[in-house]
Design a protein around this ligand. Structure first.
Ligand code: NDP
Length: 444
């Protein structure tokens, strides 16, 4: 049995019930076969793959808080500190009822290679809770965040582990978490990113993942003789990533015709009015359906069918496994030629293989959504220097980082004889740097 298969079998046996983690490990290891086969003896001797797939540490804790009716609620809290070979652990916190250890391990594992791809000195981690912020009052969210941070604060620090936002964690939650960290430790340091601009946040961090996604999409199209002008774009989700991907796509001349949330999707053939979406989602915290109360020509459809809308480009920006093989086939049949992932692992393995086998331009999340964490690392740099860079400075750095990520993924794919396969390219390029650092640091 090959080293890759041995290690994958071991992951399945030793991590029962963690389907998303198995899926992520398989996808990464499969695309690294060429590199691993070429270095098998060296890697085996160092137990390299066994160490790569095992988090350095998982912290799991109880999060008790009191709701508005005076009842005690108890959630599960986690931080997965996956790999610190190239820098302090870095990765978001997710608050969603679906959160469990397996999902956070999948996200932490992906984060290791994504962070490496950015070229910045950050290791990989992920955390969160099965707390559902939807429908909770601000006071309840604060009570939860304070309790969560009371425990988490023992394990994080500006040079140790620097969490950020993810699903369900935006500016409000980061503010509550930061306030509690400061109160407990007495430290005013860059321990979280995504902070408000008045207390150490970076300009462009809010926009970074969505903008970065469209920067790398644009780069991929340009290298393949295409561009964004006049192209119709379907984007799933209507959260942080989706909204700013839509904004940048429109700025570059594309027409965004659909967005969604977990209830259903809106289709506006004339192009989505983003100011209205921001008002609904960022100010009112409402549902995407409310869009059709104002724009009467737009249509809301309940359920998951967003990928049936004909488009040139699809940007899945909601959650994992939201785009399956049938969706991929439908997109292709309707003329879609490019897909770039704003979310983490939104395409199933079968859908990814379909894109690659059918010569669609496909940029995986690991590369495509790295702009968020890259800008978080820029926020860390500004915090260390006690300086704030202008919007233009940060945006230019973000743009350059995304261009570099494209180049690294494209070069690595070409080097290993799979030109245009950015899945393999991104995995190889991210892996090489982490592995070099791990080999240099001995058996730790
Ligand atoms: P938000 O919470 O801001 O938005 C998430 C959006 O996706 C919402 O519209 C939500 O709808 C929808 N959604 C979430 N879960 C589901 C589900 N199970 N089924 C259908 N729709 C769902 O999160 P972000 O925009 O920050 O994150 C989106 C994705 O991007 C995630 O995969 C995240 O890991 C990834 N990502 C985010 C980064 C960031 O900087 N924020 C960085 C890199 C990756 P509803 O409101 O109805 O739940």
């Amino acid at each position: 049995m090959s080293y890759v298969d041995e290690v994958y079998d071991r992951v399945v046996k030793q991590n029962p019930g963690e389907a998303e983690f198995h899926q992520a490990v398989k996808e990464v290891l499969d695309s690294l076969r060429l590199v691993i086969d070429a270095n098998e003896e060296k890697y085996r001797k160092m137990g390299l793959l066994e160490r790569v797939v095992e988090p350095e540490r998982i912290i799991s804790f109880r999060v008790p808080w009191v709701d508005d009716q005076g009842n005690v609620q108890v959630n599960k809290g986690y931080r997965v500190q996956f790999n610190s070979a190239i820098g302090p652990y870095k990765g978001g916190l997710r608050l969603h009822p679906s959160v469990n250890q397996g999902i956070l391990k999948f996200l932490g594992f992906e984060q290791v290679f994504k962070n490496s791809l950015t070229g910045l000195p950050i290791g990989g981690g992920k955390g969160g809770s099965n707390f559902d912020p939807k429908g909770k009052s601000d006071r309840e969210v604060m009570a939860f965040c304070q309790s969560f941070m009371t425990e988490l604060s023992k394990y994080i620090g500006a040079d140790q582990d620097v969490p950020a936002g993810d699903i369900g964690v935006g500016a409000r939650e980061i503010g509550f978490l930061y306030g509690q960290y400061k109160r407990l430790t007495g430290l005013y340091e860059g321990v979280l990113t995504g902070k408000g601009l008045n207390y150490g946040g970076s300009l462009v961090r809010t926009q970074a993942t969505g903008y970065g996604l469209v920067y790398i999409l644009d780069e991929m199209l340009k290298h393949n003789g295409k561009d964004l002008k006049g192209k119709s774009v379907v984007i799933s989700g209507s959260g942080n990533v989706a909204i700013y991907a839509a904004e940048k796509a429109e700025q570059l001349g594309a027409v965004v015709v659909a967005l969604s949330d977990s209830s259903g999707y809106i289709y506006d053939k004339d192009g989505i009015n983003l100011d209205l979406v921001k008002e609904i989602k960022e100010v009112r915290r409402g549902r995407i359906k409310e869009y059709t109360d104002v724009v009467k020509t737009a249509v809301f459809t309940e359920g998951k069918g967003i990928w049936t809308i004909p488009c040139d480009i699809a940007l899945p920006c909601a959650t994992q496994n939201e785009l399956d093989l049938e969706d991929a086939k439908t997109l292709k049949k309707n003329g879609c030629f490019a897909v770039a992932e704003g979310a983490n692992m939104p395409s199933t393995r079968e859908a990814t293989d379909f894109f690659l086998d059918n010569e669609m331009y496909f940029m995986p999340g690991k590369a495509a959504n790295a702009g968020g964490v890259a800008t978080s690392a820029l926020e860390m740099s500004q915090n260390s220097q006690r300086l704030s860079w202008t919007f233009e400075e940060v945006d230019e750095k973000l743009h350059q980082i995304m261009v570099n990520i494209y180049q690294k993924a494209a070069d690595a794919a070409e080097r290993y004889g799979v030109k245009g396969n950015y899945v393999a390219g991104a995995n190889i390029a991210g892996f090489e740097k982490v592995v070099d650092a791990m080999m240099a640091q001995g058996i730790v």
